[in-house]
Design a protein around this ligand. Structure first.
Ligand SMILES: [Zn+2]
Length: 49
């Protein structure tokens, strides 16, 4: 599995702080983190538990 320490906004390529997701939730065995960028784009990352 690919460990992503950082992620970028899908809207403006801004670097998002992977340690402070706006929202975390689990669904179908995958942990998802949602990050809201100042440009108002929400980027979601998925990680398998
Ligand atoms: Zn952005």
């Amino acid at each position: 599995m690919l460990e992503r320490l950082g992620c970028t906004c899908e809207g403006c390529d801004r670097q998002l702080d992977a340690n402070t997701p706006e929202l975390s939730f689990e669904r179908d065995g995958y942990l998802r983190h949602a990050y809201e960028c100042p440009c108002r784009t929400v980027t979601i990352t998925v990680a398998r538990r």
